[in-house]
Design a protein around this ligand. Structure first.
Ligand code: PMP
Length: 454
């Protein structure tokens, strides 16, 4: 065992990881990265198939982002946004307003996806207090929602495995069915479903809108739930209903933002203008922790008033608006423009779709789901009767371990194999990554099944 791996196992506690398993198996330590490849301490190269947890956009060591951070380092690495401002944070706010959907005009910074959503929840709550609608205190979210790991975001979350243990700590939230066609509990045929999952929202709001502050939603894709994709028209319908009942809509674009779905933001697919939008992950191109909660002038105005009126939003973190991270984010946006990244995505998305079609035919693939370069491949023990593998079989983890042997790093969500390649990947690289996944699925599910864990 290399010395770093030994020290890791002695001193580090990893997120979302059963440390007993971690300590018992050989683990990879990444020493460097270049383009879309990660390089371990033994010099072995791997495709970064999940973009380093869905954050990397233009590849590692992109000269423009590297340069922007180095230049900013020569000026100021960090100062506070409490009582001061800094140049990159101001410039970035202007550009975020420009690229996000119409109506989002104010930018509140924080440090990661969870804090961006936490800010949105607190802001929505306080907004209604200032508007005199004191009863509007509850939130609506989707079953199987994931919005982060802080206590507020776990309260609006709906993934039993992660969230159940914290239940006694949480505030109560109204949850409506997830709009996932493959797992639909309401109607089995999407073509004739009439979006009954959206009608469930109307049913709640018709009776309770006076108590509901906001609905928080992952637009188009419920990512951490296993890349569950909503049917066409769902998001627009949710916007229509929330507007009708005077309930704010918080679009959590932490996972979907910055080109992931084939458009700059997922809301653009259905022309939706939310009241708040949360951004993180891809905001710095995958370089540094940074997040933003964008909101409307209407909401911002409700917080204005004299000191004695106590309308201030008392929320903020030490590293909020960090200049190095904002400089990286500005370079990220510049690359989107200069390299016409969104315009170049179509052939990559099509190539992925073609490969997925092949995978759909595999004996143990129940469903393939794609939205832009977000890909989920769900394994089933019996695809015709939709019988999943037993949890202990760890079939998703076994496939991902096998893929590592072929030079691809991916991480499953249960038995859903996730592929989120950096947007900078070429058509050929995307095809290679998906070919490795296909081969790994076949070897694990169609031959002997190796139980392992990631
Ligand atoms: N919202 C969504 C939609 C996410 O996918 C995530 C992270 N996967 C978060 C919030 C939380 O982000 P972070 O891990 O940066 O706190």
């Amino acid at each position: 065992m290399m010395d770093t791996e030994r020290k890791d196992k002695t001193f580090v506690w990893h997120p979302f990881t059963q440390m007993q398993d971690w300590a018992a198996r050989p683990q990879k330590v990444i020493a460097a990265a270049k383009g879309i490849k990660l390089i371990d301490t033994e010099g072995k190269e791997f495709y970064d198939g999940v973009s380093s947890l869905w954050v990397n956009i233009h590849g590692h060591q992109h000269s423009k982002i590297d340069q922007a951070i180095i230049e900013q380092l020569g000026k100021v690495a960090h100062t506070t946004m409490l009582g001061l401002s800094n140049i990159p944070a101001v410039e970035l706010a202007e550009q975020l307003v420009e690229v996000t959907p119409c109506g989002l005009n104010k930018v509140f910074y924080s440090d990661d996806g969870s804090t961006a959503v936490e800010v949105a929840l607190k802001m929505a709550f306080q907004y209604w207090q200032h508007k005199g609608k004191m009863k509007k205190q509850k939130f609506i979210s989707l079953q199987q929602a994931y919005h982060g790991d802080t206590v507020g975001t776990v309260s609006v979350g709906g993934i039993d495995l992660f969230h159940r243990v914290f239940k006694p700590l949480l505030f109560s939230t109204v949850q409506i069915p997830s709009p996932s066609c493959y797992h639909c509990q309401i109607h089995s045929e999407s073509a004739i479903c009439g979006l009954q999952c959206a009608a469930a929202l109307e049913a709640v709001l018709a009776e309770h809108h006076e108590e509901i502050a906001a609905m928080v939603i992952e637009p188009m894709v419920q990512a951490a739930a296993g890349m569950l994709m909503s049917p066409p028209g769902y998001l627009a319908k949710i916007r229509e209903i929330t507007r009708k009942y005077d309930v704010l809509l918080i679009a959590d674009e932490v996972a979907t933002g910055f080109g992931r779905t084939g458009k700059m933001f997922a809301c653009e697919h259905e022309g939706v203008e939310p009241d708040m939008m949360t951004l993180s992950k891809g905001i710095t191109g995958g370089y540094m922790p940074l997040a933003a909660t964008l909101t409307t002038d209407e909401i911002y105005q409700a917080f204005l008033g004299g000191y004695s009126e106590k309308k201030t939003f008392y929320h903020g973190h030490s590293y909020t608006g960090n200049p190095l991270a904002c400089a990286a984010a500005l370079a990220n946006l510049a690359i989107f423009k200069e390299e016409r990244v969104i315009e170049g995505l179509a052939p990559k998305i099509e190539a992925a779709a073609a490969k997925l079609k092949e995978m759909e035919a595999l004996t143990h693939v129940g469903s393939v789901r794609q939205c832009g370069l977000i890909i989920g491949i769900e394994l089933m023990q019996d695809k015709y009767c939709k019988i999943p593998y037993p949890w202990e079989a760890a079939s998703g983890a076994s496939v991902c371990c096998k893929a590592r042997e072929y030079g691809l790093i991916i991480r499953p969500i249960g038995d859903v194999i996730i592929c989120m390649p950096p947007l900078a990947s070429t058509v050929e690289e995307i095809e290679t990554m998906l070919e490795i996944i296909k081969r790994s699925i076949r070897e694990i599910t169609e031959t002997s099944m190796a139980t392992t864990a990631l």
